[in-house]
Design a protein around this ligand. Structure first.
Ligand SMILES: NC(=O)c1ccc[n+]([C@@H]2O[C@H](COP(=O)([O-])OP(=O)(O)OC[C@H]3O[C@@H](n4cnc5c(N)ncnc54)[C@H](O)[C@@H]3O)[C@@H](O)[C@H]2O)c1
Ligand SMILES: Nc1nc(=O)c(N)c(NC[C@H](O)[C@H](O)[C@H](O)COP(=O)(O)O)[nH]1
Length: 225
């Protein structure tokens, strides 16, 4: 058993998530920010890779007071469970995700994480150990299902999302395409990693809908199985 997993990203018109220096860029506009807050508030958990934590230092909190209130009225924490996929337990102790706003945090590590790092992070987050070198993502999803997590939003980056596609762990994929060109052949994209080599392995998508969003476009895809 695993939860429903969807990805939400903003990318430039040329398909980049950020610059070659992995510097965060404002890609989407105000209406997209509100939409992202809503889908975040509608999720039980929100997941990012350690690369996103070190590059962007996001808090991944729900921003709207109304949405926070609606969550607490439903008997949920104000924020979804925040999960970092972090093989070695490198999350900095002062990361925003560990401090901003109430709610549970989980850091999923592999057996490679040192005891020192586990000790360092355990005051701030629950630790799941899954996988030998890299985090075993299917194992993490199973562990989330065991604690009644039904809906997981993944906010990047491209390395984590690639692995989730590779392991067929994604159900829906939303991209807001903004009206800028970032360029750069090493700039992160929605699915980096090694990529599929054989055509028969490609993930196939079905378009759910598309709409104009600020100066760009929002595409929502479902993974075909
Ligand atoms: N525009 C957007 O919507 C958006 C959203 C999030 C991130 N970003 C950008 O993406 C970049 C960060 O992405 P990234 O690809 O460097 O990092 P990432 O966030 O995808 O984290 C990847 C890291 O997770 C760890 N990991 C552990 N187990 C793993 C597994 N099984 N599979 C994959 N990774 C595993 C590894 O250390 C790996 O390097 C930043 O530049 C950030 O600004 C953009
Ligand atoms: N929707 C969206 N539009 C963008 O233009 C952009 N650059 C991101 N990037 C994703 C980024 O990793 C996180 O959405 C924020 O950084 C959230 O972090 P906060 O909770 O606000 O701290 N996302």
């Amino acid at each position: 058993m695993r939860p429903f997993v969807f990805v939400n990203l903003a990318m430039s018109a040329d398909g980049k998530l950020s610059t070659t220096e992995r510097r965060q860029v404002k890609i989407s506009g105000k209406s997209d920010f509100l939409r992202v807050d809503e889908i975040k508030a509608g999720s039980d958990a929100i997941m990012v890779g350690i690369g996103t934590v070190t590059a962007d230092d996001p808090s991944l909190t729900v921003k709207s007071e109304k949405l926070k209130k609606e969550r607490t009225e439903r008997g949920c924490e104000e924020n979804p469970i925040r999960i970092v996929i972090d093989s070695e337990g490198r999350t900095p102790e002062n990361a925003e995700i560990l401090h901003k706003g109430p709610g549970r945090r989980i850091i999923a590590v592999s057996e490679k994480a040192s005891d020192k790092n586990l000790e360092r992070l355990s005051p701030y987050a629950d630790i799941i150990v899954a996988g030998k070198d890299k985090v075993d993502l299917a194992g993490v999803m199973e562990a989330l299902s065991d604690i009644d997590v039904k809906r997981v939003m993944v906010e990047g980056g491209g390395t984590l999302i690639w692995s989730l596609f590779e392991e067929d762990l994604i159900d829906e994929f939303y991209t807001c395409i903004g009206n800028i060109i970032i360029g750069g052949d090493s700039a992160p994209t929605p699915a980096d990693g090694t990529g599929f080599i054989k055509e028969e392995n490609f993930t196939r998508l079905e378009l759910i809908d598309m709409e104009k969003a600020d100066e760009g476009v929002l595409l929502r895809w479902r993974v075909k199985r």
